[in-house]
Write a protein that binds this ligand. Structure first.
Ligand SMILES: Cc1cc2nc3c(=O)[nH]c(=O)nc-3n(C[C@H](O)[C@H](O)[C@H](O)COP(=O)(O)OP(=O)(O)OC[C@H]3O[C@@H](n4cnc5c(N)ncnc54)[C@H](O)[C@@H]3O)c2cc1C
Length: 410
């Protein structure tokens, strides 16, 4: 069990001012906390949940993240956590299987994507962070408001099981994901793109000899099946906004369609899913802030640029944002200085174009991977027809997903 950093509120922080507050203990927030603490920055990460055991996240750890863990000297411990290695991403289409990304062509040794439940990865980061006494992780700490000193963000107000508290800092980092509270309180404007799909999220049991493609398609859906050992975590992607129409039908409609395309999952769905209540609807957003910062505050990860699950790149971008942030701001915060707004702007300039390009790819090129209506017969996407013929493109896509467009180092 993780000890000192898992402060619960009975033994809450004695500090009322720290160098940096990170709101949100997801991939962006935990990595930012750990890396800033490595610079000696007094940093408090506030996470609204009591644990990391939530389903609504990706399970992918990318080659670039493993390289950073290698630089940090923690990769060997990371690799002892049970995980599955994926060397290619193949999509099963009506014309046969298409390899979209071939990670085996990336430089060794991290030429694969590691699949691991995200709570294991975040627990691991929390465990490693124990080496840095200047980091404190407060769970069950939901930020509800920002504190201001004039125009400058000066701290946060947060809710705990034992009441409301406040904490001040030189810098507040909003890493609280796509429904960011921090972002909502900043007045920073954002632009929305059209996400092509929403996701119905459910699990069915898994047998050791199951053969289930990672991505497959059928009438009105695309599914991604994540192997979590004893069960399949399924993302059943439907056209954006069509949930109400689907939901007005009997749940059997999903079982029948799954059965036609993927009998293994169809049969389990029929036996194990009793009603629509067993499915979670995740509405997908793709948006980004025009300006990621204002005096005293910086947004990162999905809070700055909400990613769709398409391509499985959001976690990578979030972690790359964290690395750039710690490299640019860590030394300043460690000296006890307040980072100037110009310096916060440098983080945005460094990280915004990879996020923009990847989002454009998600809503334009990858949109074709998803059905256009809940009754449409699925057709092979144009991108699949092009990519299946080109080893070069399979390697390029692997690079974009696995390493990113602008890889960061410590
Ligand atoms: C269904 C789905 C599947 C996906 N699959 C993948 C995938 O396979 N691979 C991939 O790379 N990307 C995937 N993504 C995208 C990916 O989840 C995000 O891009 C990534 O999680 C962003 O990381 P983050 O740390 O910025 O935000 P998050 O992961 O959203 O973390 C935010 C954290 O902040 C906490 N928080 C929120 N509000 C508050 C508050 N007020 N106070 C304190 N804490 C707060 C949350 O509890 C959470 O822990 C998927 C997205 C969806 C919707």
């Amino acid at each position: 069990m993780i000890d000192h950093i898992l402060s619960f509120h009975q033994q809450d922080t004695a500090e009322t001012t720290v160098d940096c507050i990170v709101v949100g203990g997801g991939p962006a927030g935990m990595m930012t906390g750990l890396l800033l603490a490595r610079h000696g920055v007094r940093v408090t990460v506030l996470e609204k949940h009591a644990d990391f055991l939530r389903d609504f996240r990706g399970d992918t750890i990318h080659p670039s993240t493993m390289r950073v863990m290698d630089q940090l000297g923690i990769i060997d411990r990371f690799l002892t956590i049970p995980h599955r290695r994926m060397s290619t991403v193949a999509v099963s289409t009506p014309d046969g299987e298409t390899v979209f990304a071939d990670f085996s062509r990336l430089p060794e040794p991290y030429n694969y994507v590691a699949f691991m439940p995200q709570w294991d990865f975040l627990d691991f980061l929390a465990q490693e962070a124990q080496a840095f006494p200047s980091l404190e992780l407060l769970r069950d700490a939901q930020v509800t408001d920002l504190l201001f000193d004039g125009n400058r963000v000066d701290g946060v107000r947060y809710k705990t099981p034992v009441g409301e508290k406040t904490l001040s800092a030189r810098l507040v980092i909003g890493a609280d994901g796509r429904h960011s509270t921090v972002r909502a309180h900043t007045g920073l404007a954002r632009t929305e793109s059209n996400a092509p799909m929403d996701v119905l999220w459910f699990r069915v049991s898994r047998q050791p000899d199951d053969k289930v493609p990672f991505v497959s398609t059928g009438q009105g859906f695309t599914i991604v099946a994540v192997d979590r050992g004893s069960y399949w975590q399924i993302a059943y992607c439907i056209p954006k906004g069509d949930y109400a129409e689907l939901h007005s039908q009997d749940i059997d409609v999903v079982a029948e369609r799954l059965n036609d395309a993927l009998p293994v999952i169809g049969v389990r769905f029929r036996c194990e899913i009793a009603s629509w209540d067993d499915l979670n609807l995740l509405t997908v957003s793709v948006n980004r802030l025009k300006r990621w910062h204002r005096p005293g505050l910086l947004c990162l990860g999905d809070a700055a640029h909400a990613m769709s699950p398409a391509g499985g790149v959001g976690i990578n971008l979030a972690i790359q944002d964290a690395i750039a942030t710690s490299r640019i701001l860590g030394p300043v915060l460690a000296r006890g200085e307040t980072p100037a707004d110009k310096l916060l702007g440098r983080v945005q300039r460094r990280r915004q174009w990879p996020a923009r390009i990847v989002q454009a790819g998600q809503v334009r090129i990858l949109a074709d991977l998803y059905p256009k209506s809940i009754d449409a017969e699925y057709k092979t996407p144009r991108a699949a027809k092009v990519i299946r013929k080109s080893v070069f493109l399979q390697k390029t896509v692997a690079r974009i997903i696995g390493i990113g467009l602008r890889p960061e180092s410590l």
